[in-house]
Design a protein around this ligand. Structure first.
Ligand code: PGA
Length: 253
């Protein structure tokens, strides 16, 4: 069967760019990707730059994402940001459970699940990140880890809500290291993820699910990754911080 899933290329700017710098980057990007119609383009600046980027990409083919959200609606949660705040800032997507949050900020499958359910209940689309460490890969635990992250992160998420979910497979050992998984290594895990979703939700949901690869994706390696049967997009860190390189990624052939 021909893969009819719309590719989704997202730039995760992490803790980079002031509002002014973010606006300039977004403004530079807009004309470079303006003609792109057959794939989705998403930018995830830091919270403080969301509004500036929202203005710069208003009425364009670029969608806005946040890098995290809290699961409560409001209240005494110093330092946290609610779904409502993200929607009001123009976000359509939110990244949840990035490995840097799991590694440095105590994110667990349970908190990923709470954030995911809140995002979906408010109409935000969720990009849920999963991925194994090098030690876990070397111990042949990739499927075990990914299976656990998926089942935990998606607990209570309905098949209908899965239409608003994108899974990003990001092997921790490939993030920011210049070590990309080979297209075959990545596709094996993507295939496993799709099988898990099939077991949880059935073939239709699994067939429609978009699974992004992330970890040292560049304009040079994006095409071979995107040529794989189960890779439907890329979540890009470093190479998304320059307009030319991100535009080149978006325009992979
Ligand atoms: P990288 O980051 O492209 O810089 O490896 C990817 C990510 O963490 O989303």
């Amino acid at each position: 069967m021909v893969n009819k899933r719309t590719p989704i290329i997202a730039g995760n700017w992490k803790m980079n760019k002031t509002p002014k710098e973010a606006r300039e980057l977004a403004q530079a990007l807009v004309p470079l990707v303006a003609g792109v119609k057959d794939r989705e383009v998403v930018l995830a600046p830091p919270f403080t730059a969301l509004s500036a980027v929202a203005e710069a990409i208003n009425k364009t083919n670029i969608a806005l994402a946040a890098q995290n959200l809290h699961w409560e609606d409001k209240g005494a949660f110093t330092g946290e940001i609610s779904a409502e705040m993200l929607l009001d800032s123009g976000c359509r997507y939110v990244i949840i459970g990035h490995s840097e949050r799991r590694q440095y900020f105590g994110e667990t499958d349970e908190t990923v699940n709470k954030r995911t359910r809140k995002a979906l209940s408010k109409g935000l689309r969720a990009i849920i990140c999963v991925g194994e460490t090098l030690a876990e890969r070397e111990a042949s635990k990739v499927n075990e880890i990914i299976g656990r992250q998926l089942a935990g992160g998606l607990a209570g998420v309905t098949a209908a809500d899965m239409q608003s979910v994108v899974i990003a497979y990001e092997p921790v050992w490939a993030i920011g290291t210049g070590k990309t998984a080979t297209p075959e290594q990545a596709n094996d895990v993507h295939h496993f993820i799709r099988e898990q979703i099939k077991a949880l939700y059935g073939p239709e949901t699994a067939g429609a699910l978009r699974i992004q690869y992330g970890g040292s994706v560049t304009p040079e390696n994006v095409s071979t990754l995107m040529a794989m049967s189960d890779i439907d997009g890329a979540l890009v860190g470093g190479a998304s911080l320059k307009p030319e390189s991100f535009a080149a990624l978006v325009k992979f052939t």
